[in-house]
Design a protein around this ligand. Structure first.
Ligand SMILES: NC(=O)c1ccc[n+]([C@@H]2O[C@H](COP(=O)([O-])OP(=O)(O)OC[C@H]3O[C@@H](n4cnc5c(N)ncnc54)[C@H](OP(=O)(O)O)[C@@H]3O)[C@@H](O)[C@H]2O)c1
Length: 341
């Protein structure tokens, strides 16, 4: 059975479809607008009957459509508004599920509301498969195995390509503006605490000679790392410039963005994730670098979806590191330029 892509007319979705085609997989293209889906099919060299129209307002019809696939990659934006109906339809249809969400509140909600139904249905639901939270979650897990015990995890994100935002990402930032402005919760002693400040206020990034100021950052892996790394404290930070971008977008700015960055811009759009872990026996650092955030996201989504299709992941809503072998998947991402230690 094939892979379905929901929201297949979107910017990142088209990269996902391209990545599937590169691997000789003919996906089913699903979404609300037949014309835009046909355009995606034509550009990807797929026949018109690859297209299935199903909106979010008819859950039964959506589940019926997804039933023809073994896994769905949900590419809507923003997930805060449009993600859940597709996840619910996948569970109802018995179809494994992957999405690209960078939205911590949405990811948290899937764990709270869909874990039981997904487990009962035998379906694996893996949100936040992208260049950010997904890789950070896997990196934290792959680093944690080098320590006997972990007390504290600090995740640090650096992005260089701040001009490389897609319109869908801009709309997503707008839909979560208040959340991004707070920096989100810190995980401490078994609870996610919104008012807890980050302890890390400056950080010397790999390769830098001087530390730079950093601020709390509402990334999705804060919702997942504590589910598999038994630490007392998990916090995430980024540079003030990156946090400012996500908490200051305006509707005017978002609508002035192109559908997505061109290939020239994408190539120079670099990211670094550091996972600093401390325990009573010492500390360990995982470092990951890559470029082309949207292309990397598309490859990650396909790698994850194909692993779910092959079987072996547990049922339920899962952190990336609960669904996949962290080191194996990080190493597989090396084919797309992701390097990690
Ligand atoms: N590191 C990260 O966190 C990361 C990296 C990459 C992507 N992402 C996330 O991935 C998402 C997709 O981004 P993008 O730039 O590809 O977005 P996009 O180009 O705007 O695509 C959004 C898709 O959602 C569909 N959609 C929107 N509203 C809908 C509705 N009411 N019913 C059905 N379908 C609807 C659109 O369909 P129509 O064409 O019919 O409008 C389109 O196919 C964003 O949330 C982005 O933040 C995150």
């Amino acid at each position: 059975m094939t892979v379905a892509v929901y929201g297949a007319s979107g910017f990142t979705a088209k990269l996902v479809v391209g990545e599937l085609r590169r691997r000789n997989i003919d996906p089913m293209l699903v979404g609300r607008d037949a014309g835009r889906l046909r355009d995606t099919a034509e550009r990807a060299g797929l026949p018109a009957d690859a297209v299935r129209t199903a909106g979010l307002d008819d859950p039964g019809a959506l589940a019926g459509t997804l039933r023809g696939a073994s896994v769905v990659i949900n590419c809507v934006a923003p997930y805060e508004r449009f993600g859940e109906p597709v996840a619910r339809a996948a569970v109802a249809a018995g179809v494994h599920y992957v999405d690209l969400a960078g939205e911590q509140p949405y990811v948290m909600r899937l764990f709270e509301t869909l874990a039981g139904p997904a487990a009962d249905a035998g379906v694996s639901v893996v949100p936040m498969v992208n260049d950010g939270g997904f890789l950070a979650d896997l990196l934290a897990a792959a680093t944690a195995v080098t320590l006997d015990r972990v007390d504290e995890v600090v995740l640090v994100h650096r992005l260089s390509g701040l001009g490389a935002l897609s319109r869908g990402s801009g709309r997503t930032a707008l839909a979560n503006l208040e959340f991004f402005a707070t920096g989100g919760p810190v995980y401490l002693d078994g609870e996610w605490r919104p008012d807890e400040p980050a302890r890390t206020t400056e950080y010397r990034l790999p390769g830098a000679t001087e530390p730079v100021p950093v601020v709390k950052f509402g990334v999705p892996e804060i919702a997942t790392v504590p589910r598999h790394v038994p630490a007392r404290r998990v916090e995430a930070v980024t540079t003030a410039e990156v946090a400012g971008l996500f908490s200051s977008v305006t509707p005017e700015l978002v609508e002035s963005l192109p559908e997505g960055p061109g290939e020239d811009v994408r190539g120079s759009d670099e990211f670094t994730v550091v996972a600093d872990l401390r325990g009573p026996g010492g500390s360990a650092r995982g470092v990951l670098t890559g470029a082309d955030t949207y292309g990397t996201t598309a490859v990650a989504a396909v790698e994850a979806a194909l692993r779910l299709r092959a079987g072996g992941a547990p049922a339920g809503v899962l952190a990336p590191a609960q669904a996949f072998d962290p080191a194996e998947l990080l190493t597989a991402m090396g084919a797309h330029g992701v390097k990690w230690t």
